[in-house]
Design a protein around this ligand. Structure first.
Ligand code: AP5
Ligand code: MG
Length: 217
């Protein structure tokens, strides 16, 4: 199953993918995670991307699409794949369709995770992420057992540079103008499913499991 997780910042895309990927053995490609890893490595590309990611602006389409195309060539797509944070513009969606068509594994469904701004701000200002393994926590919604320490690997938890209220609002504006058209793009193809992502994680997981279990592949 090839599926796109689509939704505003803080909708829970990374959390959902993290919960699903082991049970179903589905690959998870998050362009945000790839870009942050690149920034952490100190590469020229990472340094160049920092200004976009930390301000909540979009990285240019051609850069992100090139990264994804390279990654897809390294993966075994027969395992199934969840895209998280990509595509984020109509151009990226068209490019992804073209790349996957060439590889013979087209997108089958898109899960649109709907949440409104007050929930988004509460989730993102309270989010903490493991600097070693990338596991996602929340100070009150999903706290780690020991404050500041990752339950899975013992790594230190940190707050993302773009998780402050001003940058979150900027990310939302960018989402509304650039990413919202991607919803129509998949709806027009008859591939869009919706879920109220403000519900508890188990309910959102169930919505995605239903899609995965009702697929043929
Ligand atoms: P990216 O990393 O993709 O950030 P985002 O889209 O803003 O999404 P988030 O990761 O903030 O939210 P999420 O939906 O994954 O929520 P999460 O599961 O963590 O992108 C970052 C930046 O990189 C962009 O701004 C841009 O600069 C660049 N970029 C990336 N992709 C790009 C692209 N394709 N093109 C151009 N630029 C690109 O959950 C959030 C919090 O809520 C957590 O604390 C979690 O514990 C909690 N939570 C989750 N679900 C629930 C629930 N059901 N109930 C209660 N709490 C919950
Ligand atoms: Mg994420």
């Amino acid at each position: 199953m090839r599926i796109v997780l689509l939704g505003p910042p803080g909708a829970g895309k990374g959390t959902l993918a993290g919960l699903i990927k082991e049970e179903y053995g589905v690959l998870h490609v998050s362009t945000g995670d790839i870009l942050r890893a690149e920034m952490k490595s100190g590469s020229d590309l990472g340094n160049e991307m920092k200004k976009y990611v930390e301000s909540g602006a979009l990285v240019p389409d051609e850069v992100v699409t090139r990264i994804v195309a390279k990654k897809l060539k390294e993966l075994d797509l027969t395992q199934g794949i969840m895209f998280d944070g990509f595509p984020r513009t109509k151009q990226q969606a068209q490019d992804l369709d073209r790349i996957l068509k060439e590889l013979g594994f087209p997108i089958e469904a898109t899960l649109f995770m709907e949440v409104d701004l007050p929930v988004i701000i509460q989730r993102l200002t309270g989010r903490r992420v493991c600097k070693d393994c990338g596991a996602v926590y929340h100070l009150t919604n999903m706290p780690s057992k020991k404050a500041g320490v990752c339950d899975s690997c013992g790594g230190q938890l940190y707050q993302r540079a773009d998780d402050n209220e001003e940058t979150i609002r900027n990310r939302m504006d960018v989402y509304m103008s650039n990413t919202a058209p991607v919803i129509d793009y998949y709806e027009d193809q008859g591939k869009l499913r919706r879920v109220d992502a403000s519900q508890k994680t188990e309910t959102v997981v169930k919505a995605l499991s239903d899609i995965l279990e009702n697929s043929n592949g």
